[in-house]
Write a protein that binds this ligand. Structure first.
Ligand code: UDP
Length: 514
């Protein structure tokens, strides 16, 4: 890292929660800050997460301004299995333990900020903390720096998540549908949209004990950065601003810049170019095989299926999904991993699928099964990908919409059901296939929804048009411009964030801001 850069202009410390869905956008935000400002960035996390970040970073200019800092953490001290520092390696039931354990990072973070202050003669400009790290607000304040929250979710989903945990509104009614503080009546939620952990939460369980404390603390930040785009979810930003009463900067989408260029970076004729050379993950099959499969099909004809980095469905749901997919006759590429109740990283057993399923798919070329992990960015930006059956994790959502790919929603955890709701009701880019791991989804229903979404005209066509419009808004938001009138809204939001963290110290002159 260029140390003179940090000393002369300032330094930002970033603290992601230990989950891939958080580390990925944090790294992307660090890259964006380094590209758009003269500040140095220190990204601090635990040993194994740091190793993951390092494996995804390149030594080129993109990452040269980012310093990685290791925060000491011993999982066994917190009742976690040895060498377990990331939610991906844990059963869902133990993620609350990981969340609670993250509070222990306060002391090493305090040390890091004090050391930067001693070395540079002034505190960092701010600490950008994961919205789960409410404890960091006090640490930042005490050490004379600003505290900025970063939500890796969208505005609507973040508000719903905050409000649900802070108010537990479903506890004060027996009704199936209930209103959520911060949302208008028309945005009521249904109990089936709640993950079991929040449905059963009563303020004394370990999930509530973490979220009710940490989310309340993070509300006292000096401002919030949000990985979304102002224009694609105006309702979400309006409501979130009213609720938080703080500056909120929409700085997304934090997807690789290649994915936001005018034409799709991966066309059937440029198969060898992979966006995901450095994911630090072993792919189930090579990116080339995925791209060959996609290239053998027509534009917009393939359904891509993936449930993110840490979710899977139940054995019976998996079976019905497989039967429905095959009987739809539509081409599909499915990232497949063991169903619920089995080791998600374990060997895949053919008995979880209909007899002869994979052989038939290979012979007919209807489908490709990819074990565990696929090059998602390459797949979504390929012109043959026509829709995404997704758990509606926010990164997957941003990646899909940035390519104009509509979504078949199957929300499973966290704020995914709220993302799906927003995409169905506000954006019109999604239909929900089902919800959660307890639903009794039938193959017939899978087939029907696939046919609806993949059709060129009708509902499928409309969704594709809406998704294309959202894609345009996302690309516009990150348009570089020579002055403020030209610049996209997300780049302007970064400038505003910079003005806020610099405060009065520069007398209003920011040579690097236009
Ligand atoms: N991902 C991937 N290949 C896979 C599954 C996931 O590259 O086979 C990436 C995906 O591109 C996204 C992230 O993992 O960036 C998943 O994040 P998301 O917020 O969608 O879901 P989460 O994993 O947090 O539930």
């Amino acid at each position: 890292m260029d140390d003179s850069k940090s000393q002369s202009h300032g330094h930002i410390v970033m603290l992601p929660f230990m989950a891939h869905g958080h580390l990925i956008p944090f790294l992307a935000l660090a890259r964006r800050i380094c590209r758009q400002t003269p500040f140095a960035v220190t990204l601090a996390t635990t040993t194994l997460n740091l190793r993951y970040l390092r494996s995804t970073m390149s030594l080129d200019d993109d990452d040269s301004g980012i310093r990685l800092h290791e925060l000491p953490f011993r999982s066994s001290d917190h009742g976690l299995p040895p060498d377990t520092e990331n939610s991906e390696n844990l059963p869902l039931s133990q993620i609350a333990t990981l969340l609670h354990s993250s509070v222990s990072l306060a002391a090493p973070v305090e040390c890091l900020i004090s050391n930067i202050t001693a070395e540079e003669g002034r505190p960092p400009l701010c600490v950008i903390s994961d919205a789960f790290f409410g404890w960091s607000v006090d640490v930042a304040r005490r050490l004379g720096t600003k505290s900025i929250a970063f939500t890796t979710g969208g505005a609507y989903g973040t508000l719903a998540y905050l409000s649900m945990w802070l108010h537990l509104p479903h506890r004060s009614t027996d009704a199936e549908e209930f209103s959520v503080p911060g949302f208008p009546e028309r945005c009521r939620l249904h109990r089936s949209q709640l993950h079991r952990f929040i449905r059963e939460a009563d303020a004394t369980d370990q999930w509530s004990k973490f979220f009710q404390v940490q989310l309340k603390l993070i509300l006292a930040s000096d401002g919030w950065l949000c990985n979304s785009v102002e224009e694609i979810e105006p309702l979400g930003f309006d409501l979130l601003r009213k609720y938080l009463k703080l500056p909120i900067w929409a700085i997304g989408p934090l997807v690789p810049p290649d994915m936001l260029q005018k034409s799709s970076p991966i066309s059937p004729n440029s198969k060898s170019k992979s966006l995901q050379k450095h994911t630090g993950k072993a792919f189930g099959v090579s990116p080339e095989k995925c791209l060959d499969f996609l290239s053998s099909h027509n534009p917009n004809s393939v359904l891509y299926i993936s449930f993110g980095s840490q979710n899977t469905v139940s054995p019976s749901q998996m079976m019905q999904l497989a039967i429905g997919l095959e009987s739809s006759g539509k081409p599909f590429l499915w990232v497949i991993r063991p169903p619920l109740g089995f080791d998600i990283k374990g060997e895949f057993q053919p008995g979880w699928l209909p007899p002869g399923f994979e052989d038939r798919l290979t012979r007919s070329k209807q489908g490709l099964l990819v074990r565990n992990w696929a090059p998602q960015l390459d797949i979504l930006s390929h012109s043959s990908t026509g829709a995404f059956l997704s758990h509606c994790g926010w990164n997957s959502t941003m990646e899909s919409l940035s390519q104009g790919v509509p979504i078949m929603g199957w929300p499973l955890a966290a704020e995914q059901a709220y993302n799906a709701k927003m995409m169905v009701e506000e954006m019109g880019v999604c239909v929900e296939l089902t919800r959660g791991v307890e639903s009794q989804i039938e193959a017939e229903e899978v087939k029907r929804v696939i046919e609806t979404v993949m059709e060129e005209e009708g509902k499928g066509g409309e969704m594709r048009q809406r998704a294309t419009a959202v894609m345009e808004q996302m690309r516009q938001a990150v348009k570089e411009g020579s002055d403020d009138d030209d610049k996209g809204s997300s780049l302007k939001a970064i400038d505003e964030f910079v003005r806020t963290i610099l405060g009065d110290s520069t007398n209003g002159t920011f040579p690097f801001l236009q």
